[in-house]
Design a protein around this ligand. Structure first.
Ligand code: MN
Length: 128
C-alpha cells in the first residue's frame, strides 16, 4: 500500500485530506509539526510527503531543507501546501527543495492528480 505522510497542523485540513486520501486507497501517516514530521519520515519511509509550509516547532521550509539534505531521504517527493498563493510562492517552495506545490484551499482532484503524477500511478475510480 502506498504510504503518504501528511504534515499539517490544521485539524480540519488534516481530517479532510486523511479521509479523502484513505478513500483512494492510500495509507496515511500524520505529523503536526516539522520536527515530528522528520521523525516519522525516518521511521516509516513514506512514498510521498504532503508538507504544509506554515507549521509550529519547525516550519515546512526548514523541514524540507533538512529532508532534502539527507541522502537517505531526499528521493521522497514532497508536495508543498501553502495558505496564500502569493506571487513567487511556487518558486520559493521549489527552491527550498519541494518537488511540487499546491495552494490552499486545496482543490482535491488537482492535488490527487499531482500525487499520482509524482508516484507514477494510474487514477483509480471515484469521481470527486
Ligand atoms: Mn499550518
Amino acid at each position: 500500500m502506498t504510504k503518504i505522510l501528511l504534515i499539517e497542523d490544521n485539524e480540519m485540513n488534516l481530517d479532510m485530506l486523511t479521509r479523502r486520501l484513505e478513500r483512494r486507497g492510500f495509507e496515511i501517516l500524520v505529523a503536526v509539526d516539522g520536527a515530528q514530521g522528520i521523525e516519522v519520515v525516518k521511521q516509516e519511509m513514506p512514498d510521498l510527503i504532503l508538507m504544509d509550509m506554515s507549521l509550529p516547532v519547525m516550519d515546512g521550509w526548514e523541514a524540507t531543507r533538512r529532508l532534502k539534505a539527507d541522502p537517505k531521504l531526499r528521493h521522497i517527493p514532497i508536495i508543498a501546501l501553502t495558505a496564500h498563493a502569493i506571487a513567487g510562492d511556487r518558486e520559493r517552495c521549489l527552491a527550498a527543495g519541494c518537488d511540487e506545490y499546491e495552494s490552499k484551499p486545496v482543490k482535491f482532484p488537482r492535488l490527487l492528480e499531482k500525487i499520482q503524477l509524482m508516484l507514477g500511478i494510474e487514477l483509480q475510480g471515484g469521481d470527486e
